[in-house]
Design a protein around this ligand. Structure first.
Ligand SMILES: Nc1ncnc2c1ncn2[C@@H]1O[C@H](COP(=O)(O)OP(=O)(O)OP(=O)(O)O)[C@@H](O)[C@H]1O
Length: 247
């Protein structure tokens, strides 16, 4: 489904690579978690995979489509749920979603039906006609998620979809992603929530300093790490305990 070969990114004027010679395969219908400390390179990686950022070198394909040659076709295959809210505050939830749906070429009754169904699943039906400026962070995140999946993408990329939201919104987001996955959608998401990733992801890759330092099935990674009983312990054993603040 996704095949990444020797992908690298060095930002202009930077003296280091934010992503370095990264190789990764994600198979269809996996839920793949990209985990790592602050500044590890997760957002940079996901931004390249969603064509928001140009790689410095290396290559990747999604469903056999090469990102350089098949950019437009690729865009139709993928859904993007960024870290920042992409919503227009003065529009209602419904209007925002109509806008996003039309950008993907969905129109009319099909679009309205799809929006209504997603709002229902996400517990937002009764807020459909309220301006998103009045929404809590968790509600905006849920609308944001719907905006990225209205066109039924084959693969959805999410950057920290559950960070900073209340437990109920977090569960609604995870449950919705599980439902999509059970219907055949591949999910790639970045997270700091190691407990969540341990139970939610079929596979994880731990990234540090732009490189994958460990990847596999969460339960196997735990089994293979001496004295570890959780993914968090594996993570700390591999990335160390030093703080990763940067400004
Ligand atoms: N536009 C940019 N220009 C220069 N350096 C950047 C830029 N964006 C990110 N970086 C640097 O690239 C490295 C990787 O950053 P990135 O945001 O990809 O990490 P991350 O794993 O997503 O971190 P976080 O968990 O904090 O979101 C960091 O050292 C960061 O400072």
């Amino acid at each position: 489904m996704i095949e990444i070969n020797q992908l690298s990114k060095k930002y202009k004027n930077a003296d280091f690579f934010s992503v370095r010679n990264l190789d990764l395969k994600v198979e269809e219908s996996e839920i793949y978690g990209l985990l790592g400390p602050n500044g590890a390179g997760k957002t940079t990686l996901i931004s390249m995979l969603t064509s928001l950022l140009k790689p410095t070198s290396g290559t990747f394909t999604i469903n056999g489509l090469n990102f350089r040659e098949n950019k437009n076709e690729l865009k139709k295959l993928i859904g993007i749920v960024p870290q920042e809210y992409a919503l227009y505050p003065t529009l209602t939830a419904f209007e925002n979603l109509q806008y996003f749906g039309s950008m993907y070429g969905i129109k009319g009754e099909i679009l309205k039906k799809s929006i209504a169904e997603h709002l229902e699943i996400m517990g937002l039906s009764k807020f459909a006609n309220k301006k998103t400026s009045t929404f809590s962070g968790g509600m905006k995140r849920r609308v944001n998620l719907i905006a990225g999946i209205l066109h039924n993408p084959k693969v959805v990329f999410l950057d920290e979809p559950t960070v900073g939201v209340d437990v109920q919104s977090k569960n609604a987001i995870i449950d919705h992603l599980k439902l999509l996955n059970s219907q055949g959608t591949t999910i790639v998401y970045t997270s700091h929530h190691l407990n969540e990733a341990e139970f939610f992801c079929t596979h994880v890759a731990i990234i540090d300093n732009g490189e994958i330092i460990l990847k596999g099935i969460p339960s196997e990674l735990i089994k293979n790490q001496e004295n570890a009983t959780s993914l968090e312990e594996v993570f700390l054993a591999k990335t160390g305990k030093a703080l990763r603040d940067y400004a």
